[in-house]
Design a protein around this ligand. Structure first.
Ligand code: FAD
Ligand code: FES
Length: 500
């Protein structure tokens, strides 16, 4: 994608080369975001030989686009989770996510990783023109799972003196890529091997083992853990229970000390959030995010950033210039918990997917859970995150989210967005109709036109142009393609088909 986040100046395992040929190991981990690298760390600590392989650079996926709140509580509100999962499962969810934050704290301390990790207060506060009921409902739900919480009035943002709020002590944040660079170093010392720029095309399971197939060679292993954010080993089952949402972040410069270091988010839908990140020379960064929408269903990033900026400056008049603007994608699940564990129908393939905007803690929790399962252990979290669960109470969300695919297929009979590729300005893309075909057309800076089928190579949904990130988004299950047709985000494996 075209933009660069605040974190991306930090390289993770820059020594990683493409796969040179066939390899063997105990466990092959596919995907090198926080889920994949944490899994490699946990498994190598348990004495397993591990290979991590990624389609692109190490840690170049959604983890590099995060906003870095380490939250032990449900991102979509504990009260909402309890309506679907009940009190006992919600309690287990809180305990497992809190354990993930503890694990990050422990690892960065043990491995001496300088990643700006710190514990701090989180404030959930009443949104503009919102009633305070959500705060009370959430207070009851958070108390029910046993998490520390305090009810108060007023948060240290401008005009928010009388807002009803909840204070959560012991939340945390860090620099995600500095943390992963440290994890990768620790893994390298334990002989974990990293291969970059090598897409895995298929994972086959036979004779009690797995083979990850790539164009550059095969990796034979006892087990595979698929940590590609959106799963590449499942065609439909998991994807029908997750939905991709695009989400936006803008960062501002701020004088150090001008805003108390805490995490702030409101009760609006989608919510706004504020986080701080240390900078240099007495100047820090404030990250403000939100304005989420279902992937591919809007192409108006500038308007969304304008609204975010307006909201941010009204709450923090001391903000200085904008330093970065970027977007990314999260995969919401129908019952707010991720899918971690054995891939449905497989014996030796494990998955970690469905981050629900809480992918950092899900990634670390999932690594501990999958490492336990791969090494033959049992976990009290296994049922909660089981990939083959069918949450009946979430049926309404399932129907709602899957209506996207039906709506999307109807687009194949709609007219094109422009009459012909000649109308495209350099750097722009649009959908063209040619007879019965829909073409994803892009004109590059040199004026050359790239024409591909507008049909996603995962399951055939109709793609949408994203002018802010200069990519093709698939609204169905989150695949993203570059303007020239190459895959940027799973579940797609193959590039878009060129059309002459
Ligand atoms: C703007 C934004 C803000 C967020 N804020 C927060 C937050 O505050 N707190 C929080 O907990 N979460 C947050 N999230 C979510 C969280 O950052 C992500 O869910 C998480 O980082 C995903 O990690 P991952 O390891 O699963 O995936 P990724 O980091 O995307 O890693 C997956 C890797 O798999 C690789 N891959 C894909 N297909 C293949 C293939 N075929 N072969 C080989 N490799 C492949 C990719 O190249 C990629 O490197 C945010 C996300 C965004 C976008
Ligand atoms: S991601 Fe599944 S059809 Fe595009």
């Amino acid at each position: 994608m075209a933009t660069k986040s605040l974190w991306m100046d930090t390289a993770v395992a820059p020594q990683a080369i493409p796969l040179p040929g066939d390899e063997r190991c105990d466990v092959v981990v596919v995907g090198s975001g926080i889920a994949g690298l944490s899994t490699a760390y946990e498994l190598s600590e348990r004495g397993r030989s591990v290979i991590v392989i990624d389609r692109g650079p190490i840690a170049g996926g959604m983890t590099a686009r995060t906003s870095a709140h380490l939250a032990p509580l449900c991102d979509d509100l504990m009260s909402e989770m309890q309506k679907i999962k009940g009190e006992e499962q919600s309690k287990l969810f809180y305990e497992s996510q809190a354990a993930a934050v503890d694990r990050i704290e422990e690892i960065q301390k043990n491995e001496k990783i300088s990643c700006d990790f710190r514990r701090l207060d989180g404030y959930l506060f009443q949104g503009d023109d919102m009633p305070p009921d959500v705060i009370d409902e959430e207070l009851d739900a958070v108390r029910a799972v046993g998490a520390p919480v305090e009810r108060l009035v007023g948060v240290p943002l401008s005009g928010c003196d009388s807002r009803h709020a909840l204070r959560y002590p012991q939340q945390a944040t860090f620099h995600p890529l500095k943390y992963l660079a440290g994890i990768a170093e620790a893994c390298t010392k334990r002989k974990v091997r990293f291969f970059a720029d090598t897409p895995v095309e298929e994972i086959v399971e036979e004779n009690g083992a797995v083979t990850a197939k790539t164009a550059r060679g095969l990796i034979r292993a006892g087990h595979a853990v698929v940590a590609t954010n959106s799963s590449i080993v499942d065609r439909v089952a998991l994807h029908s229970k997750t939905s991709p949402y695009r989400t936006y972040v803008v960062s501002f410069a701020i004088d150090r000390g001008a805003l108390p270091d805490a995490l702030y988010w409101d009760t609006e839908e989608p919510y706004h959030y504020v986080r701080l990140q240390p900078g240099d020379n007495g100047s820090d960064f404030v990250l403000v995010g939100g304005e989420d929408h279902k992937s591919g269903e809007a192409d108006d990033a500038d308007a969304r950033f304008d609204r975010l900026e307006q909201w941010a400056r009204s709450k923090m008049p001391m903000l200085r210039d904008i330093t970065h603007r970027w977007s990314g994608q999260v995969l919401d699940t129908i019952d707010y918990a991720g899918f971690v564990g054995k891939n449905p129908g497989s014996e030796h393939i494990y998955v970690a997917t469905g981050d629900s905007g809480q992918g950092l803690t899900h990634g670390v929790m999932g690594a501990v859970l999958n490492a336990t399962l791969v090494t033959g252990g049992e976990s009290k979290w296994a049922e909660l995150y089981s990939p083959d669960r069918k949450p009946l109470k979430a049926a309404k969300n399932w129907v709602l989210e899957n209506s996207t695919a039906l709506k999307n297929l109807a687009e194949y009979v709609a007219p094109g967005e422009i009459g012909s590729a000649d109308e495209l300005e350099p750097g722009h893309g649009a959908i063209i109709r040619e007879g019965l075909k829909k073409i994803a057309a892009f004109r590059d800076a040199e004026g050359e036109i790239h024409r591909h089928s507008a049909s996603c190579t995962h399951l055939g949904c109709h793609l949408h142009w994203n002018s802010f990130e200069s990519c093709w988004d698939c609204p169905c299950h989150g695949s993203i393609f570059g303007p020239e047709g190459h895959v940027l985000n799973a579940p797609a494996i193959s590039a878009l088909k060129p059309v002459s």
